[in-house]
Design a protein around this ligand. Structure first.
Ligand code: HPA
Length: 272
């Protein structure tokens, strides 16, 4: 808590107490939304006390504060993955910082493999539930009651009202055909899955698989924040479509979907 408070105090001093209402975490290859923000303040993670620093060169590692669709937002440009070697506490540190800066809701995006045979490359999937197959979670350890309850409920981890708004926005934007809905399963990575693992993940009820998001969502629910999370389907992982994954192809598929994701998130924000 003291580390959180020091990080928050630093950001507040740098930004004249800018108070964002929405926090946004952008996934791999999905940074374009940041370009739409009318930026008022930009802070390198490296300058924020106790903030983890991105190990991935391509991740910018900056906190952006500004306005998007008429709403005050804070955008994490570069997220922290468990496979990079961070502790769960480090992975979710930015979520807790954003909450203490004043956010009332959290939007998250990620790149994910499609397990549902109805999905196509570059579809969006509105996450309506998740399965955590990471070996830990950010709430393990003594509970800090100032952050949230010991046993947070996960009945509607993905906010039904935000999901309804995202669905309506997809229809209004003519994106209904490419906007799916489903269950995201988080795995540790960093390797992709074997064919048998993909079959297993489909069997246990997942529609898409990725290596992020679930820790942040657990921390957000612990903090009482409503969450909207969207996967971009970057590769197809069901029988008949499975082939070796090339990271360049994943980034290309993310780039194709990015304008739709950006439009969708902006529309949901504008509907506030
Ligand atoms: N598996 C895990 N993570 C991923 C995948 C995948 O197939 N695609 C994008 N992120």
């Amino acid at each position: 808590m003291q580390h959180l408070q020091e990080a928050v105090a630093f950001i507040q001093t740098q930004t004249q107490h800018f108070a964002p209402s929405t926090g946004i975490i952008l996934g791999t290859g999905l940074g374009a939304l940041a370009k739409e923000v009318e930026i008022q303040h930009e802070i390198s993670y490296a300058d924020i006390p106790h903030f983890p620093v991105s190990t991935v060169e391509s991740h910018a590692g900056r906190l952006l504060l500004g306005t998007l669709s008429g709403q005050k937002v804070v955008v994490l440009q570069g997220r922290f993955h468990y496979y990079e070697g961070y502790s769960m506490e480090q992975v979710v540190f930015p979520v807790r910082v954003m909450k203490l800066l004043g956010i009332k809701q959290l939007f998250v995006s990620n790149a994910a493999g499609g397990l549902n045979p109805e999905f196509q490359i570059s579809d969006l999937m509105l996450i309506d539930d998740h399965i955590n197959l990471l070996p830990s979670n950010p709430l393990i350890g003594p509970n800090d009651a100032q952050l949230g309850p010991r046993f947070p409920d996960m009945y509607a981890a993905y906010d039904p009202a935000l999901l309804a708004r995202a669905r309506a926005a997809a229809v209004a934007l003519g994106q209904n055909e490419t906007t799916q809905r489903g269950v995201y399963v988080a795995v540790p990575g960093p390797m992709l899955e074997t064919p048998a693992e993909y079959r297993y993940l489909r069997t246990i009820g997942a529609d898409a698989v990725g290596m992020s998001t679930v820790p942040e969502v657990i921390a957000a629910r612990h903090l009482g924040l409503p969450v909207l999370a969207v996967s971009v389907i970057t590769d197809l992982c069901y029988p008949g479509q499975l082939k070796p994954v090339v990271i360049a192809d994943i980034l290309a598929a993310a780039a194709v979907a990015e304008p739709r994701l950006t439009a969708l998130m902006k529309a949901v924000l504008a509907a506030e």
